[in-house]
Design a protein around this ligand. Sequence first.
Ligand code: C2E
Ligand code: MG
Ligand code: MG
Ligand code: MG
Length: 290
Amino acid sequence: QVKAEGRGASQFYRQEFTHHLNARMNLDDELEKAVNRQEFELFYQPIVPLDATHSIKAEALIRWRHPTRGLVGPFEFINQLEDSGMIVELGRWIIRTACQHATCWPRVHGQAPEVSVNISARQFRFDDLVGTISAALSDSGLPPEKLCIEITEKLLMIDSDATLATIDALKALGVKVAIDDFGIGYSSLSYIRRFQPDNLKIDREFVQGIDTSEYDQRLLAAIIAMGDQLHISITAEGVETGLQRNYLHEHHCGYIQGYFYSKPLAETEFRLWLEHTAPAVVASPYWQPT
Ligand code: C2E
Ligand code: MG
Ligand code: MG
Ligand code: MG
């Protein structure tokens, strides 16, 4: 097909490729400027425990406050930050900033909130992650058990020996480890056995199935039962409806994260949420947004 179209076509592909390459180089430049101008910001999304004796958590989610485009989400730049290696430097900033923020958050029913930070594969490979994290903890004064790192199965797949050593060292510090987007990768069970995470975050693809599929409902109940056996807490991601929340509650899912409770919030707004909304949310498992 391509051959039949002759020179014109291959030239077209070449132009497309060059165009693509230029776009990537421009974005690299832009991202580098954004780092220098400190245009990145951490938002926080509440993670609500269904058992009031456990503390509230929050996931740090990166945003780019672009001078003309407004707030830009990670899907538009996170891969590029990883490919260019910029995620290593920015990732250190993310860890330090999240730890500093978390030490300033008010307690909810006497419990200090916990912060959860996404760590990319690159940071594992090219940063001294244990050094970065222990420095962030001691500089901020955040207790290690109030920090959780979220890693994906993709990372576990790529580099497992070095990753395992790092994860073990982080666990020895007292930091918690969560497997993010659980269920959509490969060979999940072998990673659980090997890395023994504290928490599994079930991808929202499964959670949204609660509304429509009895099979998905039972799959979730089975994952929760597995977590129970292995002492791994389960977080359901992407919970949007009261129906989903109620189902998860009835099946003793540990934590719920999603638009049902709150979208990711700027840090000052998240602090207000902790003060004004969180106490009621934690007190009643059947709390409804007004
Ligand atoms: P993730 O770690 O799985 O984060 C959850 C994503 O689901 C967030 O998207 C969040 O805004 C979104 N979400 C939460 N609740 C709901 C819901 O009820 N419905 C729907 N439809 N979506 C919901 P976001 O903030 O766009 O982040 C996307 C991904 O970018 C994250 O997925 C994570 O993989 C990556 N990311 C975000 N921040 C960082 C960061 O600081 N470092 C690294 N390495 N990656 C990050
Ligand atoms: Mg995450
Ligand atoms: Mg996730
Ligand atoms: Mg996800």
